[in-house]
Design a protein around this ligand. Structure first.
Ligand code: KG4
Ligand code: ZN
Length: 331
């Protein structure tokens, strides 16, 4: 089995996956969302302390499988440096204790492999990655052959939901609460601008939309529940329309036969619906990660780790470093 550790942000998770048939033997995740909720975002030092408590507790539960471990995979890039460090330290300790090789996994590659949990990989695909840290279109040919086609110039898709939720005092993370409120709201009440809609550029941007919401809020007094729902719905409509407009452009340019959406924000059902319809129109096969594996988890890191294991893509302990800012998946 591959033992995998994920601690790049606010989820502490460990998974064990069988190499031969990708079967997920053990998977546990302790989310810190509640702890960060009152701050409206993740507080790195708090997150790091909580990982230091949670990871050993999860490992204790997985103790019976340790004799079967053939390699330890850990997320070492990108993410918050102080939280990545917790997972990497545990991985190094396990490497020494179990005498098995180490694998460093890029968190974004992990999200892509959330598509293939308990499955063979099916590539090539064009992939849209939407999370709290990233918004990217990728041309994914293989584990070690992917290219970034478009990325965000500023905020990410998930982050814009978090910030809009914070402005309205709705806590963290903002994605699920905004999506829920949007179902009760009038999406045509506010005419928020779709970012870069007049630009030919294959890029994303969410800071302008966020500021448009901020401006609308500053002009309103005593927000009612209906006002909040209408803002959520109008914002979500523009945010998803932006993803669609740019992805359609990429479809025109690259003509993919298969497309997938991954990342924590790919749990958004409105997003799934709109992209499913567009792909049906174009006869492009579309897939999504299962809902339980969209957000950060170690099962996806273990699944990606198996590809590295098969390639003998190991890293020496002294070379395994935390790389908080690496965001290019291209190899
Ligand atoms: O992939 P993920 O768990 O963590 C990162 O790698 O960033 O993604 C978390 C992000 C958060 O910004 C959260 O608000 C967003 O995904 N998210 C959503 C939804 N569920 C989670 N955004 C929009 N709609 C949702 N239903
Ligand atoms: Zn993530």
């Amino acid at each position: 089995m591959i033992l995998a550790i994920e601690s790049s942000c606010d989820d502490s998770s460990i998974a064990l996956t069988r190499v031969e048939d990708y079967k997920l033997i053990f998977h546990k995740k302790i989310s810190q969302e509640f702890a960060h909720s009152e701050y409206g975002g993740v507080v790195p030092e708090l997150a790091s302390r909580l990982h230091a408590e949670a990871l050993p507790r999860i490992l204790e539960e997985a103790k019976e499988y340790l004799t079967y471990v053939r390699a330890v995979a850990v997320t070492n890039e990108p993410g918050l440096s102080v939280t990545l460090m917790e997972g990497v330290m545990m991985a190094k300790a396990l490497h020494l204790a179990l005498q098995v090789p180490l694998i460093g996994v890029n968190h974004l590659v992990g999200h892509i492999y959330s598509l293939f949990i308990e499955q063979e990989e099916q590539l090539p695909k064009m992939v849209l990655l939407v999370s709290g840290g990233h918004t990217m279109l990728l041309d994914v040919k293989a584990y070690n052959d992917m290219q970034v086609l478009a990325t965000t110039l500023d905020d990410s898709f998930g982050e814009s939901f978090d910030k809009v939720a914070k402005m309205m005092g709705l806590g963290y993370p903002g994605g699920p609460v905004i999506e829920k409120l949007a179902r009760e709201g009038d999406e045509n009440r506010f005419n928020f601008p779709v970012p870069l809609s007049k630009s030919d550029k294959l890029a994303f941007s969410y800071s302008g939309l966020k500021n448009a919401v901020r401006l609308a809020l500053s002009e309103m007094k005593n927000l009612s529940q209906q006002d909040i729902a209408d803002i959520a719905a109008s914002f979500q409509k523009a945010a998803i329309e932006h993803l669609l407009q740019k992805t359609k452009k990429a479809f025109d340019l690259y003509n993919p036969r298969e497309f997938a959406i991954v990342g924590g924000a790919s749990a958004n059902l409105r997003l799934r619906d709109e992209f499913t319809r567009e792909c049906e129109r174009r006869d492009i096969a579309i897939s999504f990660a299962p809902l339980e594996f969209c957000a950060d988890n170690a099962a996806m890191i273990a699944r990606a780790g198996i590809e590295a294991f098969k390639r003998g893509d190991f890293i020496a302990m002294e070379d395994l470093q935390v790389m908080p800012r690496s965001c290019l998946v291209a190899v």
